[in-house]
Design a protein around this ligand. Structure first.
Ligand SMILES: Cc1ncc(COP(=O)(O)O)c(C=O)c1O
Length: 393
């Protein structure tokens, strides 16, 4: 038997898995694991509890005997509730075009594995949500990063995006609102992406998991709602952030039947727990007040934390427009992001993610989520201030 890197051999798997590692963050994480009492802000799990009516729906479902196998792509009640919910964003999806998944991690995997061939090019805006990078590599596709610049406020650069597109480009990933930059793309930016997608026959993977966490009077716009885009957009969604359901593992994707039927054929064990799906129905049908309250609290945190960071010499931070993250630049301190994070961990027992973990365009930044109360964020800001004082000497 001939084994080389192109066959399904150990070396193939090894190579794929190696490409998923993010050494920058791994180094800091390894140090954190050996320490006690670390404030872990390296992920995106907010401190909010799942609203009571959602928990009750799951408990009630179990008591009512919803303990058998669910149908494969999602319970009809949930697929209907999802399609109806998206109607408010101006896209008329059919319930049959929804595939319910175990979190949006699974929906991202299914969306890409069901549409991307090895060697295809996938364009993504950088800094990016790390999972995309791993998936592109894992599927043997070629990642084409298009940087978003701090000095441009992380806005879309249409010319740079055009340059990233070649005849081999199959997909463009759009994270809107963006993790980690907090950018909410405008109608004009979305229209420019849509034009490029139509001209170049591209699929758009639109990750909209922060669609309800947007501030300052902005409203979410799904690129799928733009003319001609319903047929070429896969919307990937999660209950994790909107409903404080990170531990429930409930997400979904929606795409035109021509695309969703391909994705449905992926042998990746769809069928999410029945009672979790019932809780999902309760989440979408409301009441929505808890979601609004979480958004307001995140807004308070953002309004406190960003100006506070900007008081620190050598640190600048854009006000995020949506999501749950801030992405301050530490360029003024003349230190690499991973070294900064290591020093912050060792001096203050605070773990945050170095910007370079989100791609080279994220270097000289750190990602700090708004997942703890103002008092904790003040502790973080003052630790950064002390570190910055020391670095400036
Ligand atoms: C942009 C983005 N997409 C998807 C996810 C995954 O969400 P989940 O797997 O909890 O549904 C996250 C989680 O942080 C995220 O930030």
């Amino acid at each position: 038997m001939i084994i080389d890197e192109n066959t399904m051999s150990d070396s193939f798997i090894e190579k794929r898995l190696r490409s998923l590692e993010t050494p920058e963050h791994a180094r800091v994480l390894a140090i954190a694991r050996k320490m006690e009492g670390v404030l872990n802000l390296s992920g995106g799990d907010p401190d909010f509890d799942t609203p009571e009516h959602i928990k009750e729906a799951a408990v009630g479902a179990l008591r009512d005997g919803w303990t058998h196998y669910p149908v494969t792509y999602g319970m009809p009640a949930l697929r209907e509730a999802i399609a109806e919910y998206h109607g408010k964003y101006g896209v008329d999806w059919k319930p049959s075009e929804v595939i319910v998944t175990a979190g949006s991690g699974q929906s991202l995997y299914a969306s890409m594995a069901g549409t991307i061939n090895p060697g295809d090019e996938v364009v993504q805006l950088e800094p990016y949500y790390v999972a995309y990078h791993g998936l592109i590599e894992y599927l043997g596709a070629k990642e084409v990063p298009v940087p978003l610049l701090e000095e441009e406020g992380y806005r879309l650069d249409v010319e740079a995006l055009k340059e990233g597109i070649t005849p081999r480009t199959k997909m463009l990933i759009l994270c809107n609102p963006s993790n980690p930059t907090g950018t909410v793309y405008t109608e004009e930016e979305l229209a420019a992406v849509a034009d490029l997608a139509l001209e170049n026959d591209l699929l758009i993977l639109s990750d909209e998991v922060y669609n309800e966490l947007i501030w300052d009077g902005r409203s979410h716009r799904s690129i799928a709602a733009l003319p001609g885009m319903r047929e070429r957009t896969i919307v990937s969604m999660s209950f994790s952030k909107t409903f404080a359901m990170t531990g429930w593992r409930l997400g979904y994707l929606i795409a035109d039947e021509s695309i969703s039927s391909m994705i449905a054929r992926m042998p990746i064990g769809y069928r999410v727990n029945t009672f979790v799906q019932m809780a999902g129905v309760a989440a979408l049908t409301g009441p929505w007040r808890p979601v609004r309250e979480m958004g307001e609290e995140l807004d308070r945190r953002r309004r406190f934390f960003v100006p506070r960071l900007n008081e620190i010499d050598g640190v600048t931070c854009h006000m995020p427009e949506g999501s749950i993250f801030t992405f301050p630049s530490i360029r003024g301190l003349g230190v690499k992001s991973v070294d900064f994070c290591e020093a912050l961990l060792k001096e203050s027992r605070i773990l945050v993610r170095p910007g370079v973990a989100f791609g080279q365009a994220g270097e000289c930044h750190v990602r700090i989520p708004l997942i703890r109360p103002v008092e904790t964020l003040e502790r973080v800001a003052s630790a950064i201030e002390d570190l910055a004082d020391g670095l400036r000497g």
